[in-house]
Design a protein. Structure first.
Length: 272
């Protein structure tokens, strides 16, 4: 009894047709018929009843099918144990921007779709990476930028603080304690704004990540200028910034900076 013969039998059993089995196995129809006849001779029983419309398994055929499926599965498992693992292409992703966890989770889901043939390495300060997760202002020269999100900035305050630009004006900020985000790519705009308005802001803390800044605000340790959160954060109130003519309203556009040699670009936008 050969493994190949059992494969032909299982295919004929599952498709209900010698013709369909020959197509599925990519062999001539007589080869399927001869293999099943040989199998029936070895087992001294009829396995499939041939009819004009196809084949119908006998009781012996049903019994053999159950054992054959297990045997073929074991055979495939043995082969996979000794089959060399497929080589994967190493790709570098440089993390140039701090993302909220919900967005970074989306990024990981996108990259995981290529996990079978790509081994991703997340790095920092690697200018020649295949991909940069960054803002449009950070896109390296010669790279193509694929935008994913555009964020407006706001003032984040604790729920308990009822700050309102309409009643206090910009000068009211001087009565608050601020949590700085030194990693922010728009930090220079806030510095310029303070100088332009002659404001002196009190800095109570520096947050190393976006999540830390949001949590510190929610716990009442201060307020901060930050992108509007992509997800609602408990304990935080979003205060829109007022317009005035000479102030460049901060925004940021985040996405992929893609190296010229990277080909699989359609996967990067996911379902967006």
């Amino acid at each position: 009894m050969e493994i190949r013969t059992l494969k032909y039998f299982v295919s004929a059993y599952e498709t209900g047709s010698i013709t369909a089995a020959s197509q599925a196995c990519h062999v001539a129809q007589p080869s399927i018929s001869q293999a099943i006849q040989k199998l029936e001779g070895e087992l001294h029983c009829t396995l499939l009843i041939r009819e004009k419309t196809g084949v119908t398994p006998t009781e012996a055929g049903n019994l053999l099918y159950q054992h054959a499926k297990r045997l073929l599965a074991d055979s495939d498992s043995i082969i996979s144990l000794f089959k060399p693992a497929p080589s994967k292409t190493k790709r570098l992703v440089n993390l140039d921007v701090h993302l909220p966890l919900s967005r970074f989770n989306w990024v990981l889901d996108v990259l995981s779709k290529t996990a079978k043939d790509t081994r991703w390495h997340f790095v920092n300060d690697t200018p020649n990476a295949d991909l940069h997760l960054c803002s449009i202002t950070q896109c390296p020269p010669g790279y193509d930028f694929i935008p994913l999100w555009k964020d407006d900035y706001c003032l984040l305050t604790p729920d308990s603080l009822r700050f309102d630009f309409k009643t206090t004006g910009w000068e009211g900020l001087q009565k608050l304690e601020f949590i700085e985000r030194p990693f922010c790519e728009n930090r220079h705009l806030w510095v310029a704004l303070q100088q332009q308005l002659g404001l002196t802001l009190t800095v109570s803390a520096q947050a190393p990540t976006e999540e830390w800044a949001q949590l510190m605000v929610a716990k009442g340790f201060g307020v901060c200028f930050a992108p509007i959160p992509s997800d609602k954060v408990a304990g935080i109130r979003v205060v829109s910034l007022p317009f005035f003519d000479d102030f460049e309203r901060p925004t940021r556009t985040l996405g992929w900076a893609v190296s010229p040699g990277y080909e699989n670009r359609e996967i990067l936008v996911g379902g967006r």
